[in-house]
Design a protein around this ligand. Structure first.
Ligand code: AHM
Ligand code: MG
Length: 356
């Protein structure tokens, strides 16, 4: 999994392109723009922690410059990285209600992008890790400008996805469908250098990650699974350890490296069962894609997250992702107690039917 010496993000993308002579270089350009924006946001995130520590608040920093809210700042930086280079025909961001068109004066490109410029930003004042998430689809519409249809595609169709984690170091983790690779920002040279080549998630992990304060509002299946995780049992190495940052990027990053399961289930806090909190286009689909690319699984509880065809831009979905075995255990509980049939169950039943 270790990175290769001297392998910058740019070189990694370029070499990947050489292996695919049909490639146009567009994805290379896109990932370079992501890297540039990530460096700028990383610099600002680090400063914000310092400012908070020293007690600077309000709209002006010590030099009398305007201090924007970081999530708006991140939105502006990523927008500015994506609007003009001719890569995209349409965008959507967690920060904006409607689709974001490419301005008339710029060329329209063959891709559509969904992004969350600063996920987990409620954590920022406590100096806790935050991140950026992005998902890139090939355009499907025709005509000059892109449209919503270009974004209403299942995660299965993604051309690339990734996240940037602004933590103890800044890392960019991404996939273009050929494994998951991680690059750590070396601030002394200002480059992302490959630090994690071909990340593979362990088959089973011993960590579960969920906001357990919501336990009373989950379905019977999810409750049963979390109770089971905590029962001591030597043969299956239970109980598991609990880890929850509350920043999806940090929680998924740890899950990719150490294994286990990350969960954000549906809940009935407001009376009726909702569809969870996390957004499909720029949270669940890209993270599900990365987890699958690393050899893990991502499910709504009963079916793969990557199979959901979005109906709305800011649609939410229940989300469970991580090591394959852990996710299969969760699906088993959901199938047993919530009346849905897990894919593995379906396959087992189909095999039994064929055999009989
Ligand atoms: P945000 O996009 O408004 O930051 O919300 C998404 C975040 C995720 O990073 C994290 O997994 C989740 O919200 C935490 O929610 P909760 O505080 O309900 O546990
Ligand atoms: Mg978010």
């Amino acid at each position: 999994m270790d990175g290769r010496i001297g392998m910058t993000l740019t070189r990694h993308i370029y070499e990947g392109q050489l292996e695919h002579p049909e490639a146009t270089g567009q994805l290379t350009g896109i990932l370079n723009q992501v890297a540039l924006a990530a460096k700028i946001v990383s610099r600002e995130v680090n400063k914000a922690g310092l400012a908070e520590l020293l007690g600077f608040t309000g709209d002006e920093n010590v030099q009398g410059e305007e201090v924007r809210k970081l999530d708006q700042f991140a939105q502006d930086v990523f927008y500015a990285a994506f609007d003009h280079p001719g890569h995209f025909c349409i965008m959507v961001s967690e920060e904006e209600e409607a689709v974001i068109p490419i301005p008339d004066e710029f060329e329209k490109g063959p891709y559509a992008i969904a992004f969350d410029p600063l996920d987990g930003s409620s954590n920022i004042d406590a100096n806790i890790t935050v991140g950026t998430i992005f998902a890139i689809w090939r355009r499907v519409s025709e005509g000059k400008d892109g449209c919503e249809q270009d974004l209403m595609q299942p995660g299965r169709n993604l051309a690339a996805a990734g996240y940037v984690v602004y933590g103890t170091s800044t890392m960019l983790v991404m996939s273009t469908g050929h494994g998951v690779h991680g690059f750590t920002l070396d601030p002394s040279v200002g480059e992302f250098l490959e630090s994690h080549h071909n990340i593979r998630i362990p088959e089973r992990g011993k960590i579960y990650s969920v906001n357990e304060g919501n336990y009373p509002y989950w379905s019977k299946g999810v409750q049963g699974y979390v109770r089971w995780i905590k029962e001591p049992d030597e043969s299956s190495d239970r109980p598991y350890s609990s880890r929850y940052v509350g920043s999806m990027v940090a929680d998924i990053h740890r899950t990719l490296l150490y294994g286990g399961i990350f969960m954000y289930p549906a809940d009935n806090k407001k009376g009726e069962m909702n569809t969870g909190k996390l957004r499909l286009l720029y949270e669940c689909a890209p993270m599900g894609y990365l987890v699958e690319q690393a050899g893990g699984a991502a499910t709504t509880g009963s079916s793969p997250v990557l199979d959901i065809v979005p109906q709305k831009l800011h649609q939410r979905s229940p989300f469970f992702a991580g090591s394959k075995t852990n996710v299969a255990d969760l699906e088993h509980f959901v199938a047993e107690h919530d009346g849905t049939e897990s894919p593995s169950r379906r396959a087992e039943r189909a095999a039994r039917t064929v055999a009989s």
